[in-house]
Design a protein around this ligand. Sequence first.
Ligand code: ADP
Length: 268
Amino acid sequence: LKIEIQLKNTDKKISGIKNILAVASGKGGVGKSTIATNLAVSLVKMGFHVGLLDADIYGPSIPLMFNLEEDKIQYSILKKKNNSYVMNPITSYGVKIISLGFFSKSGEAVVWRGPMATKALRQFIHDTDWGDLDFLIVDLPPGTGDIHLSILQDIPLKGIIIVSTPQKISLSDVHRSVAMFRIKSIQVPILGIIENMSFFIENKTKKKQYFFGKNGVKNFSKKMNIFFLGEIPMLQEIREYSDLGVPVVLENDQIRKIFEKITKNIIN
Ligand code: ADP
């Protein structure tokens, strides 16, 4: 089945933003938002001006990752600038963040049809006072859908970063995403793929256990000709800090170094 999608990427720059990178995954739950969060904070630590747009309209998890859920923040979305109103990002750990989660109570479902969601997203991107940014990281929803097409159409993306766990079920959906990003009329560069939850280290023996299989993403990346950006172990602290709403790179040296290396691989 071959579907022709006509996208007219307007190529229009968003003034003040130098590089827009999107983080994608095939399935949900593979660590995409965790990685988008820690990537953004790692870039701040390296001295860059960074924004983070939560484009996962139906399941925004960036507020949770920064402990910025609706009931915890005093937030006024609009501010006046040059006689018109613009949206105001929240700055946390140096990252300028916009998410639908700032406006909806946790536990409330966002029940919108595609066009409404893409309209909201368009406003988030174009009507937010981002200021001057070296990088805007976009946390995409999992899979391939309306939101992806709209972003690919509306935003001049520098490239995509893919996150996957090593097992087949995750990679088969990544395969679909890669196919979408490589459709002739889309053709956005895939900067590389990150393997998350690669292994865990057994407490007693200190041996690496490849719970989801060894080198799944590495082999896939070779086959698909995608740059392998690095691997992140399965670590209880990663889950604990994301539940606390603290980016783990600020607290755990091992993870900080891993993210530093991955971030350098991405920007070099
Ligand atoms: P996605 O954005 O792909 O849906 P999340 O980033 O929300 O996934 O992560 C899903 C869950 O897995 C979160 O609880 C997160 O803390 C946890 N997690 C992600 N990566 C790891 C890891 N490497 N080790 C342990 N827990 C992880």
